[in-house]
Design a protein around this ligand. Structure first.
Ligand SMILES: [Zn+2]
Length: 277
């Protein structure tokens, strides 16, 4: 749910390095024979063919070539020749999954799944630092519908300081946060609809709601003490928390949306004690 600058890196150097250590010789020479086609796909991807409906599925190249290309990804793991690439990608995400903006990333998700696009299995622009849950839920999803597409963490432009994620904190008087994507003028309709699809496809609304409920319960006692002294004191504390969250992580995290939801909830402002009992 956020975008960052991509790593500057020569993707064909990564391909050559991982090909060079491939055994046996038949595999190495087959991969070397595919080099030109792989380079073309890398160029196409960077030029816009990163959406599933625009990308050539290299699985169609057949076996064993497709399987061998897919297996190059193993070189990003353990003591593989591309292990440093994994570290660089995780570091670039600054400790937050690029798909949910919440949990710590520990996996590399293939933006275009390697089961369909094995030739892109080590392309750094196709590798996304993600948490285990997002990585598992995204799986091999590869929709042909242009609207049913994930937001690309490197090629899209998701604003950090314009609100597109909102939360309604309560249902009746009970904590039951409802998250949704809203239209925000700098975000075009295509991107807005893909953000909404990502929220639903990865079940981020439920994930965010769980986080918010946990946070609310943790804060409840201290917020109630402030509320006992009057809404302005609690309001000031919530505003300071919101400022700090927004300046650190932008306006579209579950916590920022939840705090804004609390601050703008008329019933909560009128009688916070009723919600914090
Ligand atoms: Zn995640």
């Amino acid at each position: 749910m956020r975008t960052i600058a991509p790593l500057h890196r020569n993707a064909m150097n990564d391909f050559d390095a991982s090909t060079r250590v491939s055994r046996p010789i038949a595999k190495r020479s087959t991969l070397a024979d595919r080099r030109e086609q792989v380079a073309q796909l890398f160029d196409d991807y960077s030029a816009g063919a990163w959406r599933p409906h625009l990308a050539e599925p290299s699985r169609a190249w057949g076996e064993p070539d497709a399987g061998w290309l897919e297996a190059l990804f193993n070189q990003t793991q353990g003591d593989g020749v591309l292990a440093e690439l994994r570290g660089a990608l995780l570091a670039a995400a600054e400790r937050r999954c690029l798909l949910c903006s919440a949990a710590a990333p520990s996996a590399l998700d293939h933006f275009l799944p390697r089961t369909h696009h094995p030739a892109l299995s080590i392309l750094h622009l196709n590798l996304v630092a993600a948490c285990e849950l997002c990585n598992r839920r995204k799986g091999a999803s590869c929709e042909a519908d242009p609207q049913r597409q994930f937001v690309h963490p490197y090629f899209d432009r998701v604003p950090r300081d314009h609100v597109f994620l909102e939360a309604e904190p309560f249902a009746q008087d009970a904590i039951s946060p409802l998250y949704r994507i809203v239209a925000s003028p700098p975000v075009d309709m295509d991107l807005t609809s893909r953000l909404a699809w990502q929220l639903s496809e990865l079940r981020l609304d439920a994930f965010y709601a769980d986080e918010a409920i946990h946070y609310f319960r943790e804060q409840k006692a201290s917020w109630r003490s402030l509320a006992d002294l009057g809404w302005p004191l609690l309001e000031g504390a919530l505003e300071r928390d919101l400022d700090s969250v927004e300046s650190f992580s932008g306006k579209n995290t579950w916590k920022a949306a939840f705090l804004r939801g609390l601050l703008s909830h008329e019933g909560f402002a009128a009688d916070p004690g009723r919600f914090l009992a």
